[in-house]
Design a protein around this ligand. Structure first.
Ligand SMILES: Nc1ncnc2c1ncn2[C@@H]1O[C@H](COP(=O)(O)OP(=O)(O)O)[C@@H](O)[C@H]1O
Ligand SMILES: [Mg+2]
Length: 355
């Protein structure tokens, strides 16, 4: 029997739930000539929701994860490779001849997949401009290409001034809809909301929230009912209470609960057992993380975990606030209606081993 829960990758089809309004909104948005920026903390479901919307739109699209690009030259090669998936090379050969640096393109005879690379040492700025110009030339206002750049905040690390160069190319393009995805703090404040940033006001900002409880509950309950005939409803509630409806951690916990249900039917507290298993698996990582935190951060995390107020006089408000901001930026803490730990299993670990 296959586990009905999935976590860690883009989810589609039967693993994807809700987001009906978001998918409809993105699809509708793509009918305009504008660009969209989607922001949320990590693992809230940005890549999944966009994949669903662009596939549903039936339009030509390409999706690149900037985290996987090692340089501007590599990013250009990856973009070109994706482009060839949409436009067979024979049909765009005449456009490639305009490239200032000719790419090396090879076909894997076994899989039929195309590989693209550039000679080492060439100027990345020239390559990226040529590739983006190619995309523009191959399309029209009636047939705009959708280009999704995932983990867009990585742009800042790839090369100095790359953001400036990209913005100046992108703003002249009329045949592309860009969807830029990124995680909360880093992206939001520095790239899109800072007046000095080249990407200031580049597109419409959309924030993705956690999944709505009612729908997620139904999703869990249906899938747990096979193993937990009597208490699947109650178990789903407990899982969602524990994870606060976080898409990734909910699927992770549910997958482990289901597994325990299959292997040890009749077990009295499957959720507790699943939590213990996950915390044990990640124990070493958590320990390493913890050791590297500054004293102030440790103190703040302990207070968040135990639910005690932060304003106790122990640290100055400004110190607490700037430490929280930093931890939010690094992804350890998220803010929805209050500050909380991003990872409920790390929260558990802190509670057990340090509070
Ligand atoms: N609509 C959804 N329905 C069910 N699970 C989801 C959904 N969106 C995200 N998830 C869960 O969250 C995980 C992370 O999703 P992903 O799209 O990679 O997030 P992000 O791109 O924001 O980091 C997925 O592997 C899945 O377990
Ligand atoms: Mg993603």
């Amino acid at each position: 029997m296959e586990n009905p829960f999935k976590f860690g990758t883009i989810v589609e089809e039967e693993y994807f739930t809700d987001r009906v309004e978001e998918v409809a909104y993105i699809e509708q948005f793509l009918r305009s000539a504008n660009h969209l920026v989607i922001i949320s903390p990590r693992r809230f479901g940005k890549s999944s929701v966009v994949t669903k919307a662009v596939k549903q739109s039936g339009r030509k699209y390409m999706m690149i994860n900037l985290q996987q690009a090692t340089s501007v030259s590599d990013l250009s090669a990856k973009l070109l490779k994706e482009f060839f998936k949409v436009h067979p090379m024979e049909r765009v050969r005449h456009l490639i001849t305009h490239f200032r640096i000719i790419p090396m393109v090879s076909t894997n005879p076994v899989t039929g997949s195309i590989d693209v690379s550039f000679q080492p040492g060439v100027d990345g700025a020239v390559l990226i401009e040529d590739v983006l110009t190619l995309i523009e030339k191959a399309h029209s206002e009636q047939d705009r290409m959708i280009v999704v750049l995932d983990e867009f905040q990585e742009i800042c690390d790839l090369a100095p001034k790359l953001d400036k160069q990209l913005r100046s190319i992108m703003q002249q393009q009329k045949h592309v809809n860009y969807i830029l995805l990124g995680s909360q703090e880093s992206m939001m404040s520095e790239i899109f909301e800072d007046k000095k940033s080249p990407f200031y006001h580049f597109g419409e900002l959309m924030r993705l929230a956690k999944l709505p409880r009612e729908d997620f509950h139904q999703y869990l309950s249906e899938r747990l009912s096979g193993c937990f005939a009597e208490n699947h409803d109650e178990l789903s509630d407990k899982i969602l209470d524990y994870t606060g409806c976080h898409p990734y951690y909910t699927q992770q916990l549910a997958a482990n609960v289901w597994q325990i249900g299959v292997l040890q039917p009749g077990i009295s507290n499957p959720m507790q057992k699943a939590i213990e298993q996950i915390v044990t698996t990640h124990g070493l990582d958590y320990e390493r993380l913890w050791m590297n935190f500054k004293r102030t951060n440790k103190w703040i995390l302990q207070r968040l975990v135990s639910g005690k107020p932060l304003q106790s006089g122990e640290y100055r408000t400004s110190t607490i606030y700037s430490a929280l901001k930093r931890m939010q930026k690094d992804g350890y803490v998220i803010y929805s209606d209050r500050y909380e730990l991003e990872d409920p299993f790390f929260r558990e670990w802190i509670w057990e081993f340090s509070c």
